[in-house]
Design a protein around this ligand. Structure first.
Ligand code: C5P
Length: 245
């Protein structure tokens, strides 16, 4: 089974996962049958899958267990946020599925509750600082005094202090967050488009090589793989680009 490295080398640095293990394919497909067919088609080219809210409510947790049983790593993008007791109990349940990554919203109570519930589980928590669909006007409307940039930095520091392992953030925020947080926070970036791939609804994108060079640890890629004419070749090309970055 592939595992996220969790121990330090003697010089204090983290061992890097292999280029193949740094690609996380988003299974944003209509149902679990379509997702399972895609996993079978991708075979050994992909080791790590993200299951989001839509598929979770359509049988995705059973699929997550299946993938873990097949030796795949699973990122459950559930964006937990509730009172601390509920977040803690839900985190324990997700850890038992064997997920590698779980997302939570970057509110201090939520992050402390989730981090405190991990116990001996190797699962890593990723915080969502500010949804990328929000701009300064959306935050003002929701009653926040700070703009996006300040709130992202504030919550990123709070995540690190709470014992959260990493952040999910757009590739264009990575370089600044790496400088702010240092080498040990995991930075996981969607919005990746290989050169020439369709943007679809993504507006601010980076190529796999650009995102890795900016400091991303893991890339989340959906449609450029799952809607490619040859998904396995598309995934292999991204892994080659990660390896060459
Ligand atoms: O198909 P595509 O590569 O655009 O998929 C990107 C994945 O990353 C989707 O699952 C999307 O929900 C997720 N994501 C994103 N932007 C964010 C956070 C998550 O695209 N800011």
């Amino acid at each position: 089974m592939h595992q996220v490295p969790s121990s330090l080398f003697s010089d204090g640095t983290m061992p890097q996962p292999s280029p193949r293990d740094r690609l996380i394919v988003a299974l944003d497909l209509a149902d679990t049958a379509a997702a399972q067919a895609m996993v079978a088609r991708l075979g050994d080219a992909v080791t790590f899958y993200k299951i989001g809210l839509e598929l979770t409510y359509g049988g995705g947790l059973a699929l997550a267990r299946d993938l873990v049983a097949q030796g795949k790593q699973v990122f459950l993008d559930l964006k937990l946020h509730d009172i601390p007791n509920t977040v803690a109990r839900a985190t324990e349940q997700v850890a038992q599925i064997g997920a590698t990554f779980l997302t939570i919203h970057a509110f201090p109570q939520t992050m402390k509750a989730a981090a405190g519930a991990l116990g001996t589980s190797p699962m890593k928590l990723l915080a969502v600082t500010v949804m990328t669909s929000y701009d300064d006007a959306d935050l003002a409307e929701a009653g926040y005094a700070s703009g996006v940039k300040d709130l992202v930095a504030r919550r990123a520091r709070q995540a690190q202090a709470a014992g959260v392992h990493g952040l999910i953030l757009s590739a264009e925020e990575v370089a600044a967050m790496r400088a702010l947080l240092g080498p040990d926070m995991l930075l996981v970036t969607p919005g990746i488009r290989p050169a020439g791939a369709a943007l679809a609804d993504q507006k601010r994108v980076m190529t796999p090589a650009e995102a890795i060079r900016a400091g991303s640890d893991y890339l989340v890629v959906g449609r450029p793989v799952t809607q490619a004419a040859d998904p396995k070749a598309a995934a292999a090309a991204i892994v080659a680009e990660i390896a060459g970055a």
